[in-house]
Structure formats: C-alpha cells, structure tokens
Design a protein around this ligand. Structure first.
Ligand SMILES: *Cc1c(COP(=O)(O)O)cnc(C)c1O
Length: 446
C-alpha cells in the first residue's frame, strides 16, 4: 500500500483549506488523512487506489453504504435533472415530512434545515422563546454541532466556551452535567429550574462513546422537564433512523421528547437537518409563529428525495434486520476477542453502531455478561467498568487507539472512525465476509 497521492493532495490542501480539511475530525489521522477517491458498497478506495472496508460511513449519514439502492438513485437523478432547487415549495418536502411524522412517535410537524448544527441551533432558539427562559442543560461530552450554545466545557454553571470566539456571556446560559448522572440532573434543576428552557441530550452518547443510557435516566430527565415546564430535546441527529429503526431511538427507549433534532440519515447522504415535534411547538417557527427560522437550501428537493426514498426503501426491505444482525455479529465477535486478548476493553454499541473502548479495567470473571456489547445492564459483571459518561470514555487508552491501533487496522485494510470517540456504522452494503475480515484484523491489531 502506498499513500503518495493522499500525501500530495494533503500538501496541496494545506495551502487552501485550514488544516487541509473542511471538518476538523477528518485531520485526526496522522501524519495525514487518506483522501477518498470513491466508494463501493461497504468499501472505499483511496486516492492511491487501495481498497478498505469502511466503518466510517460518512460518520453517520449512509444507511446503504456507498451504493444507493436503485429507487434512491433514480429519485435523486430525476430531481437533479428537473433543476436542483427553486426557492419555492415542492411536493417532495411535504412527502418527506409526512413520512417522518407517520413513523416517529413524538413528531407531528417538522422544519427542515441543512445540517444537524442548524437543527440544534433552531431547537434551542425555539425552546428559549417558548419557555421565556435562557438556560439550556447539556451533557458533558455530548455533541450538538459547531454552535455557540453547546460548545462548552466545565460542569453545572461553571461552564466556559470550549472554543475561542464564543463570548463568556453566551455560555453562562449553558449548564453541563455528566450523562447518566441522575443526581447531577436533579441538582441543576434544583438550583436553576426556574430559568431552564430545556435539556438537550443525545439518547446515546454517540460522539464521545458509545455510551448507552442507564435504566431510568431518560425518564428522570423527562420528569424533571415536566416538573419545571422545560422542553426535553432529543438530539437524534446520529440515532434517528439508525437506532430503533424507523421509530428512532425514542421508540426503542420509549421516551417522548418535546422536540427532536434530526440530520445525517434523514437526508440519504446529502446535507440535511430537521426539527420535529408536536404542531403546538413547531408552529412557533416563522411564518406560523414568531421565532425566526429560514434557509435558502432548506427542504432542498434533491436531499428530500434522497432522504424519503432511503427511508421508504428501509420500510419495504430487510434493511434494519440486515444492519442490526451484522452489528450484533460484530459486537459478539469483538467481545470474544477482547475476553481473550484485552479483557479490560469494553465493547459498546447497539443496532447498527459499534465501538471498542480501550478502557483500563475490567472484571476477572465474565459469567453472565452482555455478549452483544455493553447495554448498561446492572446484573452484568462488567457493569461497574462500562463507561457511564464522557469522562469515563476519555480516561481510556486514547493514544494507543489513535497512534498504534488505528494504523494497524488500516494496514489490514480496515478503516475505523478517526478517533476513539466517534461511532462506527454498519450499513446494508456490508456483508458477513466484511465482518469476519474486520474481526480477524482486530484480532491481529489488538
Ligand atoms: C453530527 C451531529 C450533529 C451535527 O450535525 P452536522 O450536520 O455535522 O452539523 C449534531 N448532533 C449530533 C448528535 C451529531 O451526531
């Protein structure tokens, strides 16, 4: 394997793109990231012509891998050929909204936008306008895009911006608590309950993880929001139409958020975001309400067609069975490998998501443990070792993961996500052979 072309492209990119990339995480691979030439099913081919099994999958938006199912491709082509967009409404936006509202329990109405970031920005604006309060509760290590309200570090009301360029006076309205910590959630509501507009939370910590919720955690957040007239906002940008199938994570965990943000899969691989919820809330957006919200590209016909046909295809075929089945096969296989080679490591993930966390401690005895990855089951001997929040994940062997393990996997023809924290994704295009080959690579690289 050579990587001359990637190196040369990166060299050129450094002159015209800051850090050589258009999204920071892409440069996490050292000394330079592979540039991709094209995708092929569950594989990608890089600029040097080398082929890899791809578990990055766009970091979330691709349910079908790199080959669009025929009806999806046809819908995209036909909308492209009719002229890409108009600045006026089209039927396909209505159809996509109808489809989502029919399948996602808490959603009656949606506003489409162009990214997950835009969705969470607008959701926070809506929550603040609706409640008349300014404070938003987020989870430490939760990710809601590159936006001012949520780029914070610290705890409770001792938060500071996690990036230069964000005024302290913005983040004084953001309260951060550890995921899965019911006590911290109670504390923050006891101290600030009258000023809280809402809680913005990923159902599963998927950008610093993967960490699943402990039993009852989301119910606690639901109750606290109800008791304080705050909005519960679920950020399903990654989990939407991935975890829990067409009903999303809220159907799997049986929790009804007030607002839900979507992105990634809902646009079938094209730039997208959305804010959904009951009409009574979503109608506060302009022009039906007075909370300003707008976008030149919002509801883009090509994106809507790709998203709608992708979801329809999933409704009519064995897509989730295939994806969840392979996900389980991967997680079980990984569990067997680490038990043998690195019993302190933790297999995590659910449905079509998986990750191996390089945790530093584990149990001596695996009797009765969860075979398909940590699902925060209290009876499991791993329960006390399985990360519960972002700090637990960050305490792992992240340098070993990045500097030693990732390159070894690449050498063996397997692309994992760019750092220890991002999820990896199973798609309809992956095969049992891809899973077996990947497990073999883990066995050798660990
Ligand atoms: C990816 C992601 C976002 C940001 O979406 P963009 O389209 O990258 O702006 C927000 N929230 C979650 C949970 C995400 O995974």
């Amino acid at each position: 394997m050579s990587d001359e072309h990637s190196r040369d492209l990166y060299d050129r990119a450094l002159s015209v793109l800051p850090g050589g990339v258009n999204s920071a995480v892409r440069a996490a691979i050292e000394p330079y990231p592979p540039f991709i030439q094209r995708g092929d099913g569950g594989h990608v081919v890089d600029a040097d012509g080398d082929r890899y099994i791809d578990w990055v999958m766009g970091l979330g938006p691709l349910l079908y891998g790199h080959d669009l199912p025929q009806p999806v491709e046809a819908a995209v082509q036909s909308h492209v050929s009719e002229g890409p967009m108009y600045g006026m409404p089209t039927e396909i936006e209505v159809e996509q909204a109808e489809f989502v509202a029919r399948h996602v329990p808490s959603v009656e109405m949606l506003r489409f936008v162009n990214s997950g970031t835009e969705a969470t920005v607008s959701a926070c604006r809506l929550a603040r306008a609706y409640t008349g309060n300014d404070k938003i509760v987020v989870m430490q290590g939760g990710y809601h895009g590159a936006q001012e309200t949520t780029l914070v570090e610290g705890k409770y009301d001792h938060t500071s911006p996690s990036s230069p360029g964000i005024p302290d006076s913005f983040v004084e309205h953001t309260l951060a608590v550890p995921f899965n910590d019911e006590g911290a959630a109670h504390t923050v509501f006891e101290e600030h309950g009258d000023d809280i507009a809402g809680v913005l939370v990923e159902p599963i910590l998927a950008n610093t993880g993967i960490v699943e919720p402990v039993d009852g955690y989301h119910d606690t957040l639901r109750d606290l929001c109800d008791d304080h007239d705050a909005l519960l906002m679920w950020d399903e940008v990654i989990t939407g139409f991935r975890v829990g199938g067409l009903g999303c994570a809220q159907s799997k965990y049986d929790v009804e958020p007030d607002l839900t943000t979507f992105g990634k899969l809902i646009g079938g691989g094209f730039p997208v975001g959305a804010i959904g919820g009951p009409a009574e809330l979503v109608e506060h957006f302009t022009p039906s309400g007075d909370v300003f919200q707008a976008g030149t590209f919002s509801g883009h016909p090509v994106t809507m067609a790709a998203g709608l046909e992708s979801l329809r295809y999933a409704a009519e075929n064995d897509v989730y069975d295939h994806v969840h089945g392979l996900g389980q096969q991967l997680r079980r296989g990984l569990q067997e490998i680490v038990q043998d080679q690195a019993p302190q490591y933790t297999v995590t993930g659910t449905d079509g998501m998986f990750k191996l966390l390089f945790t530093r401690e584990g149990p001596d005895d695996f009797e009765g443990h969860c075979e398909g990855g940590c699902s925060q089951r209290e009876a499991c001997p791993r329960y006390d070792y399985c990360p519960k929040n972002a700090a637990d994940v960050a305490a792992g062997e992240t340098d070993r993961w990045r500097r030693v393990f990732w390159p070894k996997m690449k050498e063996r023809g397997v692309f994992l996500s760019q750092n220890q924290f991002e999820s990896q994704f199973v798609t309809y295009a992956h095969t049992e052979d891809d899973v077996e080959e990947t497990l073999e690579a883990y066995k050798e690289a660990l």
